[in-house]
Design a protein around this ligand. Structure first.
Ligand code: DQA
Length: 145
């Protein structure tokens, strides 16, 4: 079983961008830690990042009917307005866990609303890279039960 880690807008700049919210580790470093945890859990992971909404939608569509057993999705700011990503999630038969590095409820008002959450199996927000690790642990455990 494979789990895909999908990052959206501006997340390629993690490590340089607003470290008080997103920390100083790069996305590559975070992905390496996710991979190390996946090895321990005995699951495969792959990684995708795009600043383009349609590429994220295509990635989700293309994951359907493959060996993809779950998606960990940090859509970045698309989270707050992309009904198209919402509908991509509800169009496939894959559990998606929404994650955020920062706690979106502790920040500006416009970040408090996620239009994706109701399409996802759950939401992990505010734990930095551990948001991804917790989502991975859930998806790995859910698939083996
Ligand atoms: C984010 C939170 C979003 O509000 C923001 O637009 C991001 C990153 C997070 O991981 O905390 O780009 O998804």
């Amino acid at each position: 079983m494979k789990i895909s880690v999908v990052n959206g807008a501006n997340l390629n700049l993690v490590g340089k961008r607003e470290p008080k919210y997103y920390g100083s580790e790069t996305l590559d470093t975070i992905n390496q830690e996710i991979k190390a945890k996946a090895d321990v859990l005995g699951v495969e992971v792959d990684f995708f990042q795009s600043n383009i909404e349609g590429e994220i939608i295509n990635f989700i569509h293309n994951s359907n009917n493959t060996d993809c057993g779950g998606i960990i999705l940090n859509a970045g700011a698309f989270t707050h307005y992309s009904y198209a990503i919402h509908d991509a999630i509800t169009s496939v038969d894959i559990p998606v866990v929404e994650v955020h590095l920062s706690n979106i409820h502790k920040r500006e008002e416009f970040r408090h609303k996620s239009v994706l959450s109701d399409a996802c199996v759950g939401l992990v927000t505010g734990f930095g890279k551990y948001s991804y690790i917790m989502a991975l642990e859930y998806l790995a455990a859910a698939k083996s039960t």
